[in-house]
Design a protein around this ligand. Structure first.
Ligand SMILES: Cc1ncc(C[n+]2csc(CCOP(=O)(O)OP(=O)(O)O)c2C)c(N)n1
Length: 281
């Protein structure tokens, strides 16, 4: 993170951070900080730092809520979206940004994810997706690719993985996107659009965990894992200009689904208003 950004947006007294060398979490945390900074600095928008709340669950990635100097809350494993729902209900004007791991949001917290998506609650969820449970030593998660190794799958994972962005779309999310740590500029822009979106938005950010996932699966060091992202994850414009045959082993980085469904707290406010009117009669 550039030093001015560090001084502006990080709790210096919480440093040094606990992430391993080569971990992708710092890149995603920086992308979130840059996205918020650019929204605050945009003269056409009325975004203030005090209007942001950062919520996280438990996991290596969830530590980001503690490092970022915003109104923030580091909650319990899998429950970040539940806490975020309460915060958004209490004050719908806030921009509530959930920082969560693939395990946090799609294993123990999977139910909260699908129901927040279904309701179209106005939250922004950033999934730090490293394909593994990093904090507890490399157990497989719902995004670990089929056949890959983990401490709990020493002979290869027999589960088929979730695609978190597709999962959110299937559950009714009005905005679902994919980013990665290699294409940082594109990912920052996607995060900005997710925050600007009125309803539920999810950005599945492909990260790297060289320590547990990379080492167990012979993916090389962090640089090798980033090279893989560079070659296999493709931003929207380039993706659609590729011949179909070249897309077979590639994934799109960009917005995957977008809808204009009514936002949940707006709908709830209408119910409250109609009850008030009835009471007055
Ligand atoms: C209720 C509960 N169950 C299990 C744990 C142990 N635990 C802490 S973090 C974690 C997995 C985190 O994985 P992920 O969400 O993918 O985040 P990462 O550490 O990879 O960033 C688990 C199982 C816990 N803290 N609380």
């Amino acid at each position: 993170m550039a030093s001015d950004l560090v001084h502006l947006y990080m709790r210096i007294d919480h440093l040094p951070q606990m992430w391993c060398p080569g971990c992708g979490n710092g890149v995603i945390m920086r992308d979130v900080a840059v996205a918020i900074q650019e929204l605050i600095e945009d003269p056409e928008l009325d975004f203030n730092r005090e209007d942001f709340v950062i919520v996280s669950g438990i996991g290596c990635s969830s530590r980001a809520a503690g490092y970022l100097d915003f109104n923030s809350i580091h909650t319990t494993h899998g429950r970040a979206i539940a806490f975020a729902t309460g915060i958004k209900f209490a004050n719908p004007k806030l921009h509530v940004v959930v920082l969560t791991g693939d395990g946090d949001c799609s294993a123990i917290g999977g139910n909260h994810l699908i129901h927040a998506a279904r309701r179209n609650m106005g939250l922004t969820v950033i999934a730090f997706n490293n394909d593994i449970y990093g904090m507890t030593g490399g157990q497989y998660s719902p995004t670990t690719p089929n056949g890959d190794k983990a401490t709990t799958a020493p002979y290869g994972n027999v589960d088929r993985p979730f695609d978190i962005a597709n999962l959110a779309t299937g559950a009714g999310a009005s905005f679902a996107a994919r980013g990665d740590i290699y294409h940082a500029r594109e990912t920052i822009d996607i995060i900005k659009q997710a925050i600007l979106h009125k309803g539920f938005s999810l950005v599945d950010v492909y990260s790297v965990c060289p320590t547990y996932y990379g080492r167990k699966n012979k993916k090389g060091d962090a640089v090798e894992m980033l090279k893989w992202q560079k070659e296999h994850l493709v931003p929207t414009a380039r993706y659609y200009s590729m011949p179909e045959s070249e897309r077979a082993d590639k994934k799109l980085i960009g917005i995957l689904s977008y809808n204009d469904y009514p936002e949940y707290t707006d709908e709830y406010a209408k119910v409250i208003e109609s009850c008030r009117k009835k009471d007055k009669k």
